[in-house]
Design a protein around this ligand. Structure first.
Ligand SMILES: O=P(O)(O)OC[C@H]1O[C@H](O)[C@H](O)[C@@H](O)[C@@H]1O
Length: 508
């Protein structure tokens, strides 16, 4: 058996018959302190998970048997870490971290982005009030998160992120924007994505020309050929994956709307997390610790999903952003060498906003039959000036949910509340022992948000190393795209199954 298989077996052994969470706390008085990390204005606490000391040691063994340190070094130095596309993954270089030629290239591209922001501010495109940011997937979710989270009162433009090919999204934005005062930012790494190109064409028809268009792409020639003036085309490297790209020129709409200083602070926060990820020892390395928990539940304890709840309205777009980051990265069926995985890949990521989610989906978390590790993301300072009552309630709820999931309610306690009615007592019983973790931001600002997003990126990478998979490709999105083209081009639906043919006949 090779070293990795042996280490995998050791995690299996260590994670069999784990004590209950309450027992882990009893056995270890300093558990909350030991399994917490503070870095870059963020506090991470994974103590309410089943990461026992034995499991943690076994997972550390698996990390080292998986070559984690050399893989991390390869990532940060710009070596090829995405074998199926023969590419590096240089998102850290986009914010000035790591080494290799990508760092200087990114700095140059950033200077060009800054010049464009300054040109817009200086009136090169006339008086701009609205921005239509057209892009999808990684070219939309990150920028949308940044602007929704940080775009408070000081926001400089009325900004709309348009992703769906369903024209309803663009038509709605057109209704509220003045075409003569609108800047269109078309973001597409490939500049071929059908949703983005279709929306961009409709926007060009609406405005009448492409003069007030900016393009952000890794294929600048395509943008020029499409009609965007060369000086309005911002590039970024092929080695920056869409879901990792918000640090590059892809973030230009956010930089415009939040201001350049905010964008720089975002990158600085991410750099602080990069340094932590590169240097902090295993058990005090927040992304590594979180990845250990993710892999423990997904690959060893049978959790098919994990749930993220943003207990802050400003972070409501965090769950959809993480869905792409985590599921497109680690939702794979083969390992890095192309061999079928013999264990589950990453969990399905889902979630919502607290406290709304409590009144909709938490029933299943507390009493359903699925194991769902929950993650509560909180911000200490409120994003409004309405007085302390709202925020104290909000945070108390987040903390109470984690405590309740762990503690539960015994049948005896439930019986005492149920007047001896056994069926009612059963319905009121909570098994408890349900895991959760907490992430607390001291305040929500560009720096802490940058650190938070970089934390999630590195966590995804560390989980991929533990799982043995390549997190930087996404071949699984291709087949559906090809078949959509075929569906449009074949009137009789040749090559489609009978059900799909009937739907094609009905709809197209
Ligand atoms: O930026 P683009 O090339 O337009 O790609 C937009 C998105 O679509 C693809 O299908 C991928 O699944 C995503 O990873 C990508 O972010």
């Amino acid at each position: 058996m090779d070293e990795r298989s042996t280490a995998w077996r050791a995690v299996e052994t260590a994670s069999t018959g784990l004590p209950a969470l309450s027992a882990l706390f009893t056995a270890e008085p300093d558990r909350a302190g030991r399994l917490s990390v503070d870095v870059a204005g963020l506090h991470f606490d994974v103590s309410k998970t089943h990461l026992s000391q034995a499991v943690e040691a076994a997972l550390a063994g698996l990390l080292s048997a998986s070559g984690f340190e050399s893989r991390r070094a390869a990532l940060l130095s710009g070596a090829v870490v995405n074998p199926s596309e023969a590419r590096a993954a240089t998102h850290a270089a986009e914010r000035g971290s790591g080494s290799g030629p990508a760092v200087a290239a990114a700095a140059e591209a950033r200077a060009a982005t800054r010049r464009l922001v300054e040109r817009v501010e200086a009136g090169a495109f006339g008086e701009i009030r609205h921005i239509l940011h057209i892009g999808i997937g990684g070219s939309a979710l990150g920028p949308a998160l940044l602007m929704d989270a940080l775009g408070g009162e000081g926001v400089r433009y009325d900004t709309h992120v348009i992703s769906n090919i369903d024209g309803v999204a663009l038509a709605r934005a057109m209704r509220v924007c003045d075409p003569a005062r609108t800047l269109v930012v078309v973001v597409s790494k490939t500049f071929t994505t059908v949703e983005t190109m279709t929306n961009a064409e409709s926007a060009r028809d609406w405005i009448g020309n492409a003069e007030r268009f900016v393009a952000v792409t890794a294929a600048p020639e395509k943008a020029v050929a499409w009609g965007v003036a060369r000086e309005n085309v911002l590039g970024f490297a092929e080695s920056v994956g869409g879901r990792y790209s918000l640090w590059s020129a892809v973030g230009v709409t956010a930089a415009l709307s939040l201001g350049w200083a905010a964008f720089e602070a975002l990158l600085a926060g991410a750099r602080a997390m990069d340094t932590h990820f590169e240097t902090a020892p295993g058990t005090k390395n927040a992304p590594v610790l979180a990845a250990m928990v993710d892999v423990l539940y997904a690959a060893f304890l049978g959790a098919e999903t994990r749930a993220v709840f943003a207990y802050d309205e400003r972070l409501r777009l965090l769950p959809p952003f993480l869905q792409q980051l985590e599921m497109e990265s680690n939702g794979k069926r083969v390992d890095r060498e192309g061999r079928a995985l013999t264990h589950p890949s990453a969990a399905i990521t889902w979630g919502g906003t607290g406290t709304d989610a409590q009144h909709a989906v938490f029933q299943l978390l507390h009493q359903g039959t699925h194991l769902v590790p929950a993650e509560f993301v909180m911000v200490k300072t409120p994003g409004h000036g309405l007085g302390v009552a709202h925020h104290r309630q909000l945070l108390a709820n987040a903390i109470a949910q984690g405590a309740a999931l762990m503690r539960g309610r015994t049948t005896e306690e439930a019986l005492a509340m149920s007047g001896g009615d056994m069926a009612l007592a059963a319905a009121k019983t909570f098994q408890g022992n349900r895991p959760s973790s907490a992430i607390v931001l001291e305040t929500l600002d560009p720096h802490t948000l940058g650190a938070l997003i970089a934390f999630y990126e590195h966590r995804t990478f560390a989980a991929a190393v533990l799982l043995g998979i390549n997190p930087f490709d996404q071949w699984g999105v291709e087949l559906g795209k090809e078949m959509a083209r075929a569906a449009l081009n074949s009137s009789a639906g040749e090559g489609f199954d009978a059900s799909s043919q009937a739907l094609l006949a009905r709809l197209l």
